[in-house]
Design a protein around this ligand. Sequence first.
Ligand code: GLA
Length: 463
Amino acid sequence: MSYLELAVQVAREFAETYGRPPRWVVAAPGRVNVIGEHTDYNDGFVLPMAIERYAVMAADKSADGGDVIQIRDASGAEPVLIDLSAPVKPGAPKWGNYPRGVIAGCLARGINPGGLDVLLHSTVPLGGGLSSSASLEVCTATLLEAVTGKKLDPVEKALLCQKAEHEFAGVPCGIMDQFISIMGRENHLLLLDCRSRKTELVPVNDPSVQLLIANTNVKHELANGEYASRRAQCEAAAKILGVPSLRDATADAPENAKGKMDDVVFRRARHVIGEIERTLHAAEGIRASNWPTVGQLMYASHYSLRDDYEVSCTELDALVEIAESIGIKGGVYGCRMTGGGFGGCTVALVKRDAVAEIKKRMAADYKKKTGIDATIFVSRPAGGATVVKGGGAGLITQASSNAAGRLNPGVVGRNDLAFSGNFLKRDGFGVVAPGGDHDAENALVDQISTGAAKPGGEETVCR
Ligand code: GLA
């Protein structure tokens, strides 16, 4: 489902829940990290993309005019109530700590939306390593921006969301997830230097490849504690090597200092230093559409995460082994675990025309090996967080200019439904682009109808 279709659905769910239409609808995507794992908190490089799975919030000013933000969840989880007249602190239910942390950060910056009725609906799988928490944080911050009309600088917004996760959810995460959820761009990966916070968009324009995400559908409980201990081990390694962070260590530094550090710390350092290198090489490979090289780097990343960093698990390893046994002949260039680890997802670089066959094989072999059903899907690189309704000129205008600027026959897909104003109007979203200029959208429709551009998604664009 595109974020527009989802937004329309969530607007309807809001109306069913609260008995009136929402004034604002915002969406923030999850992400998959193509390569560069456990490098962000070592000041290194990461190469994620936003995916077509979103946290969406529909909202209106609270019906009773009070000072409480009420967040209901479409899946029926316990609602969250946040009273803005008292200091905002972590509490129950636990999932509310992500929005609570973000709201506290916004209030501290004078961004006060007053009481709100909110409905949340997320299609980012929980605990799947696809940043369901970061998308929820970014979604909350985007809602507060839309309601107050006060826009945060994107870097400040990412840091505010990260702080919420540190202080309200107790996870000492890096900066990758929040950055990509804010700064993702359709059809691009984001090469992020986590030290300087400089970003570079790396286009993925080759219609012959796709990224295939497979969810092991397991999450091992130790994940959070292990994450914190990895971070501490990296800091210990940097200290022993006499560098501010592992980003600054040379490839042979751990080997040269082997006598001074225990084997575990040595292997952690070896992973991080190697992974930073691999990430930069992979970005080069993607720029050159050198898919076999990128695929090899993905496998190397997985082995390093499995053996040196020890954050994989048998289920993730099983999926990577299956992908490897399918091989380039069967359409798989490379595959690796993605995200923090201990369950969650793998990401594979595959040939587009082999996707159906690969999905079938991965699902069947994984079930045979583990007894578990995997969830497998492709995603194009998606755009970052956006105000769908209530944010002024907003989305259609933005989406159509994106489409016009980078119209690429073969990769025009379902997301370009963004230009389908009719679809939105039908669902009462006519206010999305007040006075919007739809020339670019019309041009795209024309190109599709004359065959100059082809819809590349799973469903055709015109219906
Ligand atoms: C989690 C964290 C990120 C990053 C990854 C590992 O997703 O939130 O900051 O450290 O793990 O690469």
